[in-house]
Write a protein that binds this ligand. Structure first.
Ligand code: IVH
Length: 690
């Protein structure tokens, strides 16, 4: 019955022909056979779920096409490896929901079945591993079997005995059956890959397939770690699920309830939704992969009354989170050198959407890891983005490696300064450390568009760095005239001028400090937006990834990057503060802390460059504006509530045209965009700021 499968005929598109339907059924069956057999994932979860939803939708509209033993009806979509251990009761599946509405529909249906509201629900993590049943006799672990086809599974006692959380002996001599999930924590996965590549085998691509392969392994020379969390027990009486899990935990078995994810008991669906959201929010910090939340009626009476469909209980449901792992193509590997000289390989990816975010690059951690994970340019790779964590490439699909692919050649010398590379640690470093990037970061800090320190040019920076006087921008403020005079060709007059210019730069607004610090994925105008939004450096440093996303133009990927960058440069910021560098933005309404109203004028429709709906006009300044440099012109646009842009398009709202304007002014005329002469713009600015 497809009614049982809450995945969703409402949103999924049915297939239009029986041939397409059957092809999809076959595709699901073969992917499921690989998945449950412990091989590498044949398709990523999101694709699998949506194919399954389309099959269900087709069966709802064309029941006459329905395949015998449709994957929507049978456990493990018919893909489980059947063994000879017959389960005491069938090991069933769970139906899925993907959003609030379908969860509410499920709960309403449960209430209808019961004829009254359910007496409480539990919310626990849905572990992304393999279901097993473990039999204990008189407190001793005697047999462990996989789910198989739900009726009988394979004996995996040998390997499962090693799983942390599934002890050999219990605290009491009880006889019972535990059901739960064998999986690899993130730490297990690291260790497992180290062992595997150490044994000369290709790395595991994904924690789930690593756990599946390990659980079913017969004759490996190494024992990769496994973990276990129980989610059900048979033979402990007939208590509430929450009470039973607490009892299982007391016997010494690890449970989902006792894991960092926890298992709150909720009285209402609203509380359930809150708990599901809270679990999703901490998904990235659990230390193991989950692919959703499982909601269950807590009371045995409710469970008995609700019963089962052919493949799943009606008293429980899986609320699937958006897939955190997808596959995509690794276009190339770039080498990034951090501020402290750390050299990191970065994956440039064919854009892929992972839990609502387009991911285009991901970390590859370090060069050892790159070899260990056996990832080559051109490979189809698994990319994981868990919570707020920067996306990572976990492995490659080796069977899809192009014939002409070749491993990546790590750099022999530092790509930035040509210095030697220190390879003694996992994280390679340029032996010049902070000094490696010092020239670049100091030049950027001193530049006209940043802190505008007159006289601090490339040659002088080289001399200061070579003399060991300066490695980061904050060191500039420690320079005094006698020290600078000691440099080659530096008289007292120029030294005084330089030191004065450096000291004067302490008054620059926060937006310029931010620009000067060169936060990755931000430029001048983004720095201005950030400064204007938060008002002070402290408010910016205190901002969460969500707070950052309230700034125009900051999406989730950029927000994560900015947050990570701010953590990295925090020590330099502290040094700058200690040296009296201004960390506030003038003309802002003050700090916009979490929940505070925005200081960037988003709530100020009175600004001259706002559209009637309060959103910023897109403004291009071309040619000279009297009294302003080009940068100042752009700053002025933003101060007046607009958004400055460098090129004219249909989306431009206004073009400010000054002396010497060229093709941009012509294009604006052709497109019929409003034009404002530069002197009029200057007058608006004066009127607004005076
Ligand atoms: S309860 C009668 N709880 O998800 C079915 N299952 O998609 C009882 N799973 O077969 C299952 N975490 O392998 C339950 N906390 C959890 C789970 C969980 C993972 C797996 C389990 C199940 C599959 C259904």
């Amino acid at each position: 019955m497809t009614e049982e499968l809450v995945v969703d005929a409402r949103v999924a598109e049915p297939f239009l022909s029986p041939e397409d339907y059957r092809a999809a059924v076959e595709e699901i069956r073969s992917a499921a056979a690989l998945y449950y057999g412990g091989a590498e994932l044949a398709m990523d979860d999101a694709v699998y779920d949506s194919l399954m939803a389309r099959v269900a939708a087709t069966e709802a509209t064309h029941p006459e096409w329905k395949a015998e033993e449709s994957p929507t009806e049978v456990v493990a979509a018919g893909g489980g490896v059947v063994g000879d251990v017959v389960h005491s009761t069938p090991m069933l599946s769970l139906d899925n929901v993907f959003d609030e509405e379908t969860l509410r529909r499920w709960a309403a249906r449960l209430d209808r079945l019961l004829g009254r509201p359910a007496a409480g629900y539990t919310v626990e993590p849905k572990i992304d591993g393999l279901a097993i049943a473990a039999r204990y006799v008189d407190g001793h672990l005697v047999q462990v079997a996989t789910r198989g086809d739900g009726r009988a599974g394979e004996d995996v006692t040998g390997q499962a005995r090693r799983a942390a959380g599934l002890p050999e002996r219990l605290a009491e001599p009880v006889t019972l059956e535990i059901r739960g999930e064998v999986f690899m924590t993130d730490a297990d996965f690291e260790v497992a890959n180290g062992m595997r590549t150490g044994a000369g085998e290709p790395a595991f691509a994904h924690p789930r397939s690593a756990a599946a392969g390990t659980l079913r392994a017969q004759d490996r020379t190494y024992d990769a770690p496994l973990s276990f969390l129980a989610y059900a027990v048979h033979g402990l009486g007939d208590g509430a699920h929450s009470a039973e899990m607490a009892a299982v935990e007391r016997l010494g078995i690890a449970t989902t309830a006792g894991s960092p994810a926890g298992m709150p008991v909720c009285a209402t669906v609203d509380e359930v939704l809150e708990a599901v959201q809270a679990l999703n929010a901490k998904r990235g910090s659990l230390g193991f992969g989950i692919d959703g939340a499982v909601i269950k009626a807590d009371q045995p009476a409710d469970r008995a009354a609700a019963g089962f469909s052919s493949r799943a209980p009606r008293w429980g449901i899986a609320y699937k989170f958006p897939a955190d792992t997808r596959t995509t193509k690794l276009l190339r590997i770039e080498v990034q050198i951090g501020r402290t000289g750390v050299i990191t390989p970065v994956a440039v990816l064919e854009p892929v959407q992972i839990s609502g975010v387009i991911v285009t690059s991901a970390t590859l951690h370090n060069f050892d890891d790159l070899v260990r994970r056996n990832v080559w340019p051109g490979d189809t790779v698994f990319v994981r983005r868990a919570g707020d964590v920067i996306p990572e490439v976990t492995g490659a699909k080796l069977d899809e490696r192009p014939a002409d692919a070749a491993p990546f050649e790590p750099p022999a010398r530092c790509p930035r300064c040509d210095g030697e590379i220190d390879r003694s640690q996992k994280r390679w470093r340029c032996t010049r450390g902070r000094a490696c990037g010092a020239h670049e970061s100091l030049a950027y800090y001193a530049a006209r568009h940043s802190m505008d320190i007159e006289g601090l040019g490339g040659k002088l920076i080289d001399m200061l760095v070579a003399a060991g006087l300066v490695t980061d921008p904050a060191d500039l403020y420690d320079l005094d005239v006698p020290t600078v005079t000691k440099l080659e060709r530096m008289g007292e007059v120029s030294a005084t001028k330089l030191v004065t210019a450096i000291q004067a730069s302490r008054e620059q607004p926060l937006s310029r400090v931010l620009t000067g610090l060169g936060v990755r994925m931000t430029g001048r105008s983004m720095s201005r937006r950030l400064a204007r939004h938060f008002g002070t450096m402290q408010a910016l440093l205190d901002a969460s990834v969500e707070d950052l996303q309230r700034v125009e133009g900051v999406g989730p990927e950029r927000a994560v990057m900015i947050a990570a960058e701010l953590v990295e440069i925090a020590p330099v910021i502290t040094k700058l503060v200690e040296r009296g560098v201004n960390m506030t933005e003038p003309d802002t309404a003050g700090p916009a802390g979490p929940g505070a109203s925005s200081a960037d004028g988003a709530d100020r429709p009175d600004l001259p460059l706002r559209k009637p709906d309060g959103t910023p006009m897109t403004v291009v300044v071309t040619g000279a504006v009297p009294g302003l440099t080009r940068d100042e012109g752009n700053e002025a646009v933003e101060r007046l509530g607009g958004k400055s842009s460098g090129s004219v398009s249909k989306r431009t709202d206004l073009v400010v045209v000054g002396a010497g304007a060229g093709s941009k002014a012509e294009k604006a005329e052709q497109l019929g965009i409003r034009i404002m002469p530069a002197d009029e713009f200057a007058a608006v600015l004066t009127a607004h700021t005076s």
